[in-house]
Design a protein around this ligand. Structure first.
Ligand SMILES: C[S@@+](CC[C@H](N)C(=O)[O-])C[C@H]1O[C@@H](n2cnc3c(N)ncnc32)[C@H](O)[C@@H]1O
Length: 276
């Protein structure tokens, strides 16, 4: 039987993602020598609300040029590059999926941010960093693939400096009833570990965090998908869009997630926590 980690990494693996991104860039009149971070915006933030949601999270983090941020489950690195570029901090992104780490590294090189941002293949449940190594940590749409929230939070607590901030922006279970699969983060229930905000809160408190703020972003999420669908209906998928990451059944995955949001079963929830 496959471990959860192997199955999750397989779910996200594309096979020829860098080539697919370069094809999209070429269709936009770009190539390796002239690509900008803005050109990647349609594809490099794989969470509900895209860049807007990341900027909202960053607003709570008091980032500055002297700090080091750990982005857990960094995907192809859009959020990590944004934090580095906007705030001047250093960022270490870790992710389970080797292809994402390769593509994240390559895109970061293309846009000239390699001095500030690096990526490593690491399981969030086994952080290979010393105690108190980071000033900030982020987890953007990753906890849905991680069964053991207690161990996750304990690990983040260990690597954060005292007073360090940890921002979570995950899809959580907010109502009673089962969602339909596939969804963007999992093909089946076997690799989906949606939990209620209470479960996250308890894991955070047990690990030694205090919760500074929390908000469910259901309406924001529904509007985001309505806008995305309207754009797709009008002009088809953009050359560089999340459909490339989600594969052939992207429309089904989005429809199932949207149904869950509309029925109030799930919602993206943002939690900002401080390490005590
Ligand atoms: C939906 S994507 C979000 C990527 C990124 N945070 C973003 O917002 O663009 C989820 C990511 O979490 C990663 N992931 C899932 N479980 C993980 C784990 N145990 N450790 C590290 N990364 C993990 C996946 O490989 C995938 O890249």
């Amino acid at each position: 039987m496959m471990t959860v980690e192997r199955e999750v990494a397989q779910h996200y693996s594309h096979g020829s993602l860098e080539a697919a991104i370069l094809t999209g860039l070429n269709a936009m009149g770009r190539n390796r020598s002239n690509v900008t971070p803005e050109d990647l915006a349609g594809i490099d933030e794989f969470h509900i609300g895209g860049h807007e949601a990341t900027a909202d999270v960053a607003d709570h983090l008091n980032l500055d040029a002297g700090g080091v941020l750990l982005d857990i489950g960094s995907g192809i690195g859009g959020a990590a590059r944004f934090f580095a570029r906007r705030y001047g901090c250093r960022v270490v992104g870790i992710d389970l999926t080797p292809e994402y780490v390769e593509v994240a590294t390559s895109l970061t090189q293309l846009v000239g941010l390699s001095d500030q941002v690096e990526f490593q293949v690491v399981n969030a449940l086994d952080l290979p960093f010393g105690d108190e190594s980071f000033d900030r940590a982020t987890l953007l749409h990753v906890g849905m693939n991680i069964p053991d929230k207690q161990r996750l939070c304990a690990g983040v607590h260990r690597v954060l400096k005292p007073e360090g901030l940890f921002a979570i922006y995950d899809v959580m279970q907010t109502g009673d009833g089962e969602i339909t699969f596939p969804v963007p983060w999992a093909a089946t229930k076997a690799t989906s570990f949606l939990e209620r905000p209470e479960t996250y809160r308890q894991a955070l408190l047990d690990a030694g965090f205090e919760i500074v703020s929390e908000r469910a972003r259901r309406e924001f999420a529904i509007e985001f998908f309505q806008r995305m669908r309207a754009r797709m209906a009008e002009s088809g998928p953009p050359p560089l869009g999340l459909h490339i990451l989600m594969g052939q059944d992207a429309p089904t995955k989005i429809a199932n997630m949207l149904a869950g949001l509309e029925q109030g079963l799930i919602a993206p929830v943002e939690m900002i926590c401080r390490r005590l």
